[in-house]
Design a protein around this ligand. Structure first.
Ligand code: URA
Length: 235
């Protein structure tokens, strides 16, 4: 159980002071009753409304975004559009951030959350959550690339963990990584003189980008999908 003002501030993004004045001003209801005391205790299953809008009861928020090109994976940027700008107000919550980076021109599966521990669990190389990408390059995909990726490409910041390359066409392939270094796939192909022309993240762990999620749109993840990402259940 937590104080009402604290829960409102954490989950709606307003300051603790503003939460207190909203409560004393009669703008907050819990399970249908107006509550005017900030130290009123609420739990996970209580329904809280602030000025008529429901405040999510969950401790953490997990969103899947189908990232379009042209957005940077940051919480704020003075010049460029960030992926957080694609989160609609009804889903937005203070403290959310992209769990892992995709380049500005990379598209596809991106997770946005306010749960730092979860982000660590799905991103840390030791946790081995595989990330699969569809890649198009400007040269034909070769066996040499496949072997090189498997054996570990040497980049300026060290040798990469073994990665799987599956050829899907003359210039296209799927690459599965278990780490996420800066521009990793682009730099790995760069070692073979090839330039990545299209890059799209298909999946993280056992969870694939939902086919019915249009580009630029996001939605909350289900418990089952979260477990799939972490490899706790198999599909
Ligand atoms: N590798 C890259 O080079 N860019 C991405 O956005 C993701 C993986």
């Amino acid at each position: 159980m937590e104080r009402l003002d604290k829960i409102i501030s954490n989950r709606s993004g307003i300051s603790r002071k503003d939460a207190k004045s909203a409560i004393s001003g009669g703008k907050v209801s819990v399970n249908g009753n107006i509550i005017r005391s900030s130290d009123f205790k609420v739990g996970e299953n209580d329904e809280i409304f602030l000025e008529g809008s429901k405040i999510s009861g969950k401790a953490h928020l997990y969103i899947v975004l189908n990232k379009p090109k042209g957005y940077v994976s940051a919480t704020e940027d003075p010049q460029q559009k960030t992926v957080l700008e694609l989160v609609p107000p009804e889903l937005f919550r203070n403290g959310i951030f992209p769990a892992g980076r995709l380049d500005k021109d990379t598209t596809g599966l991106m997770i946005i959350t306010d749960d730092g521990d979860f982000a660590h669990r799905i991103l840390a190389p030791k946790k081995h959550v595989p990330k699969k990408y569809a890649v198009t390059i400007d040269l034909p995909v070769t066996d040499k690339m496949e072997t090189g990726f498997k054996n570990g490409i040497e980049l300026s910041d060290g040798i990469c963990k073994s990665a799987k390359l599956l050829k899907t066409g003359e210039y296209t392939c799927e690459v599965t990584l278990s780490e996420g270094r800066y521009h990793q796939i682009k730099r790995m192909f760069g070692c073979f003189g090839a330039k990545v022309t299209e890059l799209h993240r298909l999946s993280m762990g056992g969870f694939s980008l939902p086919e019915d999620l249009p580009e630029g749109k996001c939605r909350e993840l289900t418990e089952e999908e979260l477990a799939l990402i972490e490899g706790k259940v198999k599909k």
